[in-house]
Design a protein around this ligand. Structure first.
Ligand code: AMP
Length: 281
């Protein structure tokens, strides 16, 4: 398995695959890979002849006061995981390779990105749409794999692909969790031991919401309040948002009548964690 750092080196490799008639899957990541990423890569390996994992901490999706500089990085460890999972190559560009100094073109959308994470991260999804569009042009995959862990991102990418006519199938993959329920995330490494325990409150609150829906409750105000109350009982937790929205439009719903997404972002100490579940009626 190769680590390719430039677009110039990547193009002939992909071209050669195409000439052989091979299908290509892409798994976009920011690196510091864990079993959640691995599940996406393994699914891509099953469904494509060749799999490219992009490993790039994309500066344009970080806000000014966010953790771009401290975001964990370990390309050697990532390479070992990708090789084991069966990827053909890692695309690992430096920011200068992806963005010219005078880059002034961005991909953005005026729906789906205002609520949930977009409220406190107003430039985040423009950065995501821009880098994912660039990766789609660079790698030209047949399929691209995204985790349901980032449910809003998945909805945004699906919409972008539809609206911009990318001929790429978007495959959503289930959330992979630690044995105690915490959703795997590269940012979990920021947590102290005490915070790691407190972080379980996200999954506990979401499980409570899911149980209420399973038991027939459809009033999203009641379900949301029960989840909020549970998170607020954890002293180390501070809520960014807890919302129940339509899974497709991401608009708030009062009644959980169709497919709904219950999503939350919670600060545990200084670390912002997200988690969610989708409920199909
Ligand atoms: P990231 O490196 O955090 O940008 O994530 C890269 C991809 O992996 C995104 O599509 C994420 O949704 C996905 N991902 C991250 N954590 C998990 C997880 N615990 N389970 C499933 N997918 C995940």
């Amino acid at each position: 398995m190769q680590i390719i750092k430039t677009i110039h080196e990547l193009h002939p490799i992909v071209k050669a695959w195409r000439k052989e008639g091979l299908s290509v899957g892409l798994v976009p990541t920011m690196g510091y890979l864990h079993d959640g990423h691995k599940s996406l890569i393994e699914r891509a390996v099953k469904e494509n002849d060749r799999v490219v994992v992009s490993d790039f901490v994309n500066p344009t999706q970080f806000g000014v006061n966010e953790d771009l500089a401290s975001y964990p990085r370990d390309i050697a460890r990532d390479a070992a995981l990708c090789e084991k999972a069966g990827a053909a190559l890692i695309f690992h560009p430096q920011p200068e390779e992806m963005y010219a100094p005078d880059n002034c073109t961005f991909v953005d959308m005026n729906r789906l990105t205002k609520g949930l994470c977009g409220k406190t991260r107003p430039t985040h999804f423009s950065g995501v749409c821009t880098v994912v569009s660039k990766l789609f042009h660079i790698v030209t995959p047949d399929r691209a794999y995204f985790g349901e862990k980032d449910a809003q991102q998945l909805a945004v990418i699906r919409r972008m692909v539809r609206d911009m006519n990318f001929d790429i199938a978007i495959v959503g993959c289930p959330i992979v969790r630690e044995p105690d329920g915490l959703a795997m995330s590269s940012r979990n490494t920021y947590l102290s031991e005490e915070e790691r325990g407190a972080a379980l409150v996200l999954h506990r609150a979401l499980s409570l919401g899911e149980e209420m829906m399973r038991a027939g409750e459809r009033d999203t105000g009641k379900i949301r309040q029960a989840m909020v109350d549970m998170v607020e009982r954890e002293p180390l937790a501070k809520i960014d948002y807890v919302e129940i929205v339509d899974s497709d439009t991401l608009e708030k719903v009062e009644w959980a009548a169709s497919s709904v997404l219950a999503a939350m972002a919670v600060y545990i100490g200084k670390t912002r964690l997200i988690d969610n579940f989708t409920f199909e009626n």
